[in-house]
Design a protein around this ligand. Structure first.
Ligand code: FAD
Length: 385
């Protein structure tokens, strides 16, 4: 097989799928390659579907504000139900340390037009009556954040991208990025050769390997995280809860209830579990259930149906890497999404489409690209990972 395109995207995941849609809608002839048999089979299918613009980093806030708009309006624009629920996010504080950190971030978050405020204990309990009141100091509340089904959203992006003309080739592994002099000319896979002046590395936790095909060394390493889902129960939980208080074996934990009643939950292990091993551990469930029951005592008798483990493509500062290579013309990296690739994907996809079509970039775009440059110093840190 040999075809010619305006751009080739390596990876049909949380970033590659919305990017294919944005670019095909911008009129580009797009080829998406993925070695898996169908869309969203990398980290995408492990994500639990939380979508927030509540970050500490301004670039992530701006990108996710746009993603929120896309998820929120999806049903109206494209007609498919992706089970979007605008239930908000709350970052709860049971200790002065977290209360101080969360409050300190508010001014910058509000400056980026994020709808977020601090609720003291009684106000937060009014929003979330099932939260454990003991020791609760308060928390942030961002009512425009929400969640949706990663499965439905992934398929919706895939279907719309195809409808807009993007071509997908599954079961094909990118092996070589072709070049002529200092410019990209295409990709060789195990089944064909495809030409294009632009190649986008959206290979998630594998983006470092793909980068080596362009002689780049991207600081992206996989960390493994587990998640789980319970049986469905009557609605008792809204908004999505994040507890950033570390304990002896975990850095944070977050959970929410789907419209269909199941509670989905995640935990960030401490110390981290680096690598590609996605077998479930025996430590996750006891750890996360203890934390969840402490936060919502009504969870005590909730039965868990299933757990799974997936990959976060991590960077040194917890922020994505987005930008053109200064060494190889036409090579564009959109990787290192860490634990927020699903929520970043749609905003990132539109930004990439503007870059590839040479549409005028706004000052916001320029700032985002400067903050998230793959070649930055990594001297900051995302505080709300
Ligand atoms: C337990 C868990 C919960 C999470 N919850 C959330 C959440 O609530 N919200 C959120 O925003 N994020 C969440 N995440 C993080 C999110 O899943 C990732 O950040 C996101 O999926 C990364 O998207 P990506 O497109 O970069 O990578 P992926 O979705 O992994 O896509 C990369 C694709 O590239 C393909 N690929 C790789 N190498 C090659 C090659 N050489 N040739 C061809 N194809 C290749 C892979 O097959 C894969 O399909 C969670 C992650 C985990 C593990």
């Amino acid at each position: 097989m040999s075809t010619s395109h305006d751009a080739i995207i390596i990876g049909a995941g949380s970033v590659g799928l919305p990017t294919a849609l944005a670019m095909a809608e911008a009129g580009l002839d797009i080829l998406v390659l993925d070695r898996a048999a169908s869309p969203g089979q990398g980290s995408h299918k492990a994500a639990i579907g939380g979508v927030r613009a509540t970050h500490s980093d301004p670039a992530k806030i701006r990108l996710c504000l746009r993603s929120l708009e896309i998820f929120r309006n999806w049903h109206v624009i494209y007609g498919q139900d992706i089970q979007w629920i605008q239930g908000g996010y709350t970052f709860v504080a049971y200790r002065e340390r977290e209360a101080r950190l969360l409050r300190a971030l508010l001014t910058d978050q509000q400056h980026q037009s994020l709808n977020i405020r601090w609720l003291n204990r009684p106000a937060l309990l009014e929003v979330m009556p099932n939260l454990n009141p003991e020791g609760l100091l308060g928390g942030t509340f961002s009512p425009e954040d929400g969640h949706c089904s990663t499965l439905l959203a992934g398929h919706a992006f895939y279907a719309e991208a195809r409808r807009a003309g993007a071509v997908f080739r599954f079961g094909e592994e990118a092996l070589t990025i072709l070049r002529h002099g200092d410019a990209v000319t295409g990709v060789v896979t195990d089944r064909g050769t495809y030409t294009a002046p632009v190649v986008i590395n959206a290979a998630g936790a594998w983006a470092r390997n793909v980068g080596t095909m362009a002689d780049e060394s991207h600081p992206i390493t996989p960390d493994t995280h587990e998640a789980g889902i319970t049986e469905p129960v009557a609605q008792l939980l809204q908004p999505l809860v994040v507890d950033i208080r570390p304990d002896s074996f975990s850095a944070n934990c977050y959970f929410f209830q789907l419209a269909s009643g199941q509670v989905v939950f995640c935990l960030t292990p401490d110390p981290p579990l680096p690598g590609f091993d996605c077998r479930e551990t025996s430590t996750f469930l006891p750890l996360v259930s203890r934390r969840m029951i402490a936060l919502v005592p009504r969870f005590t008798h909730l039965r868990v149906r299933r757990t799974w483990r997936g990959l976060y493509p991590m960077t040194p500062d917890g922020l994505p890497l987005i930008g053109w290579s200064p060494y190889l013309q036409g090579y564009l990296l959109a990787g290192g999404m860490c634990g927020q690739g699903f929520m970043l994907g749609p905003g990132v996809g539109e930004l990439l489409a503007r870059m590839v079509t040479h549409a005028p970039l706004s000052l916001d775009d320029e700032q985002i690209l400067s903050d998230l440059s793959p070649y930055r110093q990594f001297d900051g840190q995302e505080m709300l990972r």
